[in-house]
Design a protein around this ligand. Structure first.
Ligand SMILES: C[S@@+](CC[C@H](N)C(=O)[O-])C[C@H]1O[C@@H](n2cnc3c(N)ncnc32)[C@H](O)[C@@H]1O
Length: 228
């Protein structure tokens, strides 16, 4: 079983998204277990304080190293060998290739920040720093959820049809999915492309590949796929 842990001040954030659709089924099937660890449980003062003001001044508060590092140690103890990932806008960009890489691990632990982020020294206690993109979320939880969801759907046996994941956007580096159509054949004057109704599988495959390549070029997807 694949074990995911989230270190967070808001464990309840994950309840509803993990209780529906694919993550729910994967958890029920025993393919993945997701455990939340409350960082505040590792605070040592009587007010359970996990944040403090920055040295040198400036707005906002920072996650204190003490409780966060104690929570990381607890996570490593619960799942020896777990890969600890800090969610931070300063990290390397999360990609489909990274999601696939995580499925090869036995466990990942996702560290969610709040406030103005982490005391810099916490970085020495994690294995990797990951960003979801060039924008700022109010906390690491939505980022952790995206990582979790993208990893869970790639785990063996999770998707009803395993080839869906293989054909998804980015499965081939730099290549988006092709356009899809379902019934009706015509909707408000917009017709399904004739080739998809032709029954000619070779032509359909050729059309899909060329559509995927041209939209990847147009939308400037990073990667080498469509340049080759
Ligand atoms: C308000 S943000 C802190 C932003 C920080 N002051 C900065 O400018 O880089 C609080 C927390 O949200 C999470 N977060 C925000 N944006 C993120 C992103 N793009 N990717 C991953 N995590 C993010 C991080 O865990 C961060 O510690």
């Amino acid at each position: 079983m694949f074990h995911a842990q989230v270190l967070t001040l808001f464990p309840e954030f994950f309840d509803s998204p993990l209780a529906c659709s694919i993550p729910k089924r994967a958890i029920e099937a025993g393919i993945v277990a997701v455990d939340a660890i409350q960082i505040r449980d590792f605070a040592t003062d009587r007010h359970s304080k996990v944040d403090d003001s920055p040295y040198g001044g400036g707005p906002g508060m920072l996650m204190k190293p003490g409780p966060v590092v104690a929570a990381i140690r607890e996570a490593r103890q619960r799942q020896p060998g777990t890969h600890v990932v800090m969610l931070t806008p300063s990290g390397s960009r999360f990609t489909q290739a990274k999601a696939l890489e995580y499925t090869e691990k036995s466990s990942i632990t996702l560290l969610c920040g709040r406030y103005e982020g982490f005391d810099e020294r916490i970085c020495d206690y994690v294995d990797e720093e990951i960003s979801l993109g060039d924008y700022v979320l109010s906390g690491g939880e939505p980022a952790a959820l995206c990582v979790l969801d993208s990893v869970i759907r790639l785990l063996p046996e999770v998707l009803g049809s395993p080839e869906s994941a293989v054909l998804d956007s980015f499965s081939e580096e730099g290549i988006l999915d092709w356009p899809h159509y379902t019934r009706p054949e015509e909707f408000e004057g917009k017709r399904v492309p004739d080739v998809l109704l032709s029954g000619n599988h070779a032509k359909i495959e050729q059309w899909r590949k060329s559509q995927a390549a041209s939209r990847s070029r147009q939308r400037d997807v990073k990667g080498k796929g469509h340049d080759e």
